[in-house]
Design a protein around this ligand. Structure first.
Ligand code: G3P
Ligand code: CA
Length: 268
C-alpha cells in the first residue's frame, strides 16, 4: 500500500484571498470581497485600523495616499494618516479609481460593512490588526465589533474567524481577552522560540520567502493553545510554482492576491 502522507501534506492548503481578490479588484474594498466570492473563494483576509473618532476601517497602509484620493479631497492634510481623519471624512474618499475606472466610487469600508459582506457570501475572515501600536485598545474594540455582528458565536469561532497580527503583543492580547478566538502570528520566529508562541497563537504565518519544509514541520509539531497542532498560513504567493512548492512543504493555507490561480496550482 502507498506510504501514508506526511503530516500536513494530506490535503490541499486553504486558499485565502489577500485583501480580498486584490489582483482583480481594489484591495480591502467590498468589491474585492465580491470578487473572491465570484471566484468561489471561501476565505478573505483584510487589514483593520482606526479613525480619529474611533471607528474601525479596513485599509492596509497607515495613510490614505496610495489607495484613495485623499490628497485631492483633503489638500493640506499631509501626511494623510488614517488616524488623523474621521470616519465621515474617510467615507467621502474614492478607494477604487486608483485601481481602475471600473471601480470609481468604491469606498473604504468600515469593519462592520466588511464583515456584513463576508457574512452575506458565507465566507470566512482572516482579520489582521494592522499597526496596533498606533491604536491602543484596538484588540478589545475589534472583538466588540465582531461580537455585535454575531461573529463571536460558536459557529464563527469554530471555523470562520482567525485574527492575526505582526505584533505578538496584539495576538497575545486577543487570546487573553477572548480565548475562543483562533489567532495567528505574522512572522517567522526562531524555532527555539516557537514553544512560547504556542502559548497564545494557533498559527505561525510567515512570508513564503522565509519558509522551508523543516520550518513548517517544526511549527506543526507543536500544539497551540487549543490543543491542536499549530498551523502555517504563508503569504503572499501569487505564482503557481511557488504555490506548489509551499504546498509541498505542507502549509495549511496560502494567502494570495490571485486565489483562482493558486487554487488551480494546488488543487482544493
Ligand atoms: O496576511 C498576511 C499579509 O497580509 C501580511 O502582509 O503587509 O499584506 O499586511 P501585509
Ligand atoms: Ca494583511
Amino acid at each position: 500500500s502507498p506510504a501514508a502522507a506526511a503530516p500536513g501534506t494530506g490535503t490541499a492548503p486553504l486558499v485565502i484571498a489577500h485583501r480580498g481578490a486584490s489582483a482583480y479588484a481594489p484591495e480591502n474594498t467590498l468589491a474585492a470581497v465580491d470578487k473572491a466570492a465570484e471566484l468561489g473563494i471561501g476565505w478573505v483576509e483584510n487589514d483593520v485600523q482606526r479613525t480619529r473618532d474611533g471607528a474601525l476601517v479596513v485599509l492596509h497602509d497607515d495613510n490614505l495616499r496610495r489607495t484613495t484620493d485623499a490628497e485631492e479631497v483633503f489638500p493640506g492634510r499631509a501626511p494623510w494618516k488614517v488616524k488623523d481623519f474621521t470616519a465621515a471624512e474617510i467615507a467621502r474618499l474614492d478607494a477604487g479609481s486608483w485601481f481602475g475606472p471600473a471601480y470609481a466610487g468604491a469606498r473604504v469600508p468600515t469593519l462592520e460593512q466588511f464583515v456584513h459582506r463576508v457574512e452575506r457570501h458565507h465566507q470566512k475572515l482572516l482579520l489582521e490588526i494592522k499597526n496596533p501600536e498606533l491604536y491602543p485598545g484596538i484588540e478589545q474594540q475589534t472583538l466588540k465589533v465582531l461580537s455585535n455582528e454575531g461573529w463571536l458565536d460558536r459557529a464563527h469561532l469554530e471555523g470562520r474567524l482567525i485574527m492575526q497580527s505582526f505584533s505578538a503583543g496584539s495576538v497575545r492580547t486577543v487570546h487573553e481577552l477572548k480565548p475562543g478566538v483562533k489567532t495567528g502570528f505574522l512572522g517567522t520566529p526562531r524555532v527555539a522560540d516557537l514553544s512560547v508562541y504556542a502559548g497564545f497563537t494557533d498559527q505561525i504565518n510567515p512570508s513564503y520567502s522565509t519558509l522551508s519544509r523543516a520550518y513548517v514541520s517544526s511549527v506543526q509539531a507543536l500544539d497551540g493553545p487549543h490543543g491542536r497542532p499549530l498551523e502555517v498560513f504563508t503569504w503572499t504567493v501569487d505564482e503557481a510554482a511557488t504555490a506548489q512548492r509551499v504546498a509541498g512543504y505542507g502549509v495549511d493555507g496560502i494567502i494570495t492576491n490571485r486565489p483562482d490561480a493558486v487554487r488551480e496550482a494546488v488543487g482544493g
